[in-house]
Design a binder for this molecule. Sequence first.
Ligand code: SAH
Length: 211
Amino acid sequence: MTSGRARERLIKRLVESGIKDQQVLDAIRHTPRHLFVDEALAHRVYEDVSLPIGFNQTISQPYMVARMTELLLAGGPLQNVLEVGTGSGYQTSVLARLVAKVYSVERIKPLQHRARKLLLQLKQSNITFKHSDGAMGWPSKAPYDGILVAAAPAEIPADLVEQLKVGGRMLIPVGDSGQQFLHLVVRTESGFDDQVVEPVRFVPLVSGGVQ
Ligand code: SAH
């Protein structure tokens, strides 16, 4: 099921779910998702589902990767993007096909190692990785055109908003295990605009310490 046919079925499904941006669909088409999960799960990997990647974490659902990437890019081309929660590196790989430079932070060391190794094998060289608590962002590389957060805090972290350029965009799930919503945050001269996009389900953003 790693075939072109399975991938095309996934693309069709994403289009049916409302994804419109052709460059995002192309990036997903060219990203070999089967390499980002354990072989035992490969038969389900081009279904539109999240799957376990160990350490109680999951690879994001393709629809969610596509939706967040599409909304991130909707303001025009992006130079530098901060990703919080590398996980398997799947979202990182999709994003790095579409923006000039990705900075990706992960708090679980073995996941970060695995993702870095795979993305090097895929020859995606416009990504820099860091093992740290991404709730604080990556201040030394800021400000960013975009920030994409793959784990949900209870509230929008002020540190992340501050690391956006004016006009910069952040996609972030916010809420607890009961209810979460995807937010589109746009930095303004005086603060930020906050727009709720749709209900979502992400693992929690864990603050204060790495693993
Ligand atoms: N987009 C990823 C999804 C990974 S799940 C993929 O497609 O594989 C979310 C990830 O966020 C997990 O790997 C988790 O360890 C990480 N995470 C949670 N809190 C974090 C924090 N404070 N800083 C950095 N990473 C964090």
